[in-house]
Design a protein around this ligand. Structure first.
Ligand code: ADP
Ligand code: F6P
Length: 325
């Protein structure tokens, strides 16, 4: 297949996610298969501004599909919010002859990609974030690994929580998104899941629900809280004080962002990487790759960023219905 584009770049940006390496590998090898030159931009937009750009051969991406993190490293770059730095970024792409740019990251990174696209750089976004909070796609690379990591950790906490008849409050990642919390909560039988997208329930509501569950014979309790909701310690103290049930807080933190990607993450990352470079080879740009109804799809970057995502009502109901003894 012939292509107009001779040189492409790939970067990872924002929070890292397991599977980003698999996506880099796919972008590099697909680009090379088209006869394109492929370069890696280190540390996201920060590395672009610094010209921290390395050439890629196929062998440079050997042995990385199974590794968490990102070999290109990632960063958050505040300056890139400003027009002056976005123009510098676009100029840097031109200086290095980068005709197509693949940005693997979350919605923040796509805002940066959109700015570059509006300045004439052919950009394609691949959704890579453990948060699953990108509206135009049903899947984001890293989510499955993160949920399974969190679920395994919660299973261990449940062992000790049930031995001691305690209430365990587990904080999972998600400053603005409750998907990890909701999925883990359903998968581990949590009585309560607190997510930033929902109106905050009062401590009294939560305690009432725990007492009702205790009256039905439950001896230990699990509350999964998304990071963005906060106040886990305060909640634990209130539960212990009012009900007498010993309560403990565990914050899972960054362990959820690491580890070998699951097969699902490797698969989506590999296929989205190919899809992204195919788009560039077809002369398309300003697109975000998504996954919907079993198919890979793409959207205009400006339109994709306007889309809104709702939390699935059935999943919210599932927490309440399925944890009742
Ligand atoms: P994620 O991509 O995981 O959502 P962030 O929200 O931290 O992570 O965004 C990553 C980077 O994307 C930021 O550090 C910044 O460089 C860039 N970025 C975010 N928002 C914008 C914006 N509105 N305009 C330009 N660049 C942005
Ligand atoms: O966006 C991914 C994410 O892991 C969120 O779930 C979390 O709130 C945030 O990044 C944490 O960011 P940092 O690594 O900067 O603490």
């Amino acid at each position: 297949m012939s292509t107009q584009i001779k040189k492409i770049g790939v970067m990872t940006s924002g929070g890292d996610a397991p599977g980003m390496n698999a996506a880099i590998r796919a972008v590099v090898r697909t680009g090379l298969s088209y006869g394109m030159e492929v370069v890696g931009i280190k540390n996201g937009f920060k590395g672009l501004l610094a010209g921290d750009i390395i050439p890629f051969k196929s062998s440079n991406v050997s042995d990385i599909i199974q590794r968490g993190g990102t070999i290109l490293q990632t960063a958050r770059c505040k300056e890139f919010m400003e027009r002056e730095y976005q123009e510098r970024g676009a100029d840097m792409c031109r200086v290095f002859g980068i005709e197509g740019l693949v940005v693997i990251g979350g919605d923040g990174s796509f805002q940066g990609a959109e700015k570059l696209a509006n300045l004439g750089i052919n950009t394609i976004g691949i959704p890579g974030t453990i948060d699953l909070d990108i509206a135009c796609t049903r899947y984001t690379i890293g989510f499955d690994t993160a949920v399974n990591t969190a679920m395994d950790a919660i299973n261990k906490i449940l062992d000790t929580s049930s031995s001691h008849s305690r209430c365990s409050i587990v904080e999972v990642m998600g400053r603005h998104a409750g998907y990890i919390a909701l999925w883990c909560g359903i998968a581990t039988g949590a009585e309560i899941v607190l997510i930033p997208e929902e109106d905050r329930r009062t401590n009294d509501d939560i305690i009432k629900s725990i007492v009702e569950n205790r009256n039905r014979g439950k001896k230990h309790f699990l509350i999964v809280v998304a990071e963005g909701v906060g106040n886990c310690q305060e909640l634990a103290q209130a539960i212990e004080h009012i009900t007498g049930i010993e309560s403990r807080v565990s914050v899972l933190g960054h362990l959820q962002r690491g580890g070998a990607p699951t097969a699902l993450d490797r698969m989506h990352a590999s296929l989205m990487g190919i899809y992204a470079v195919d788009l560039l080879a077809q002369g398309k740009a300003k697109r975000i790759v998504g996954y919907d109804n079993g198919q890979y799809v793409d959207y205009d970057i400006n339109e994709a960023l306007q889309m809104k995502k709702d939390i699935n009502e059935l999943r919210l109901r599932a927490v309440q219905i399925l944890s009742i003894k």
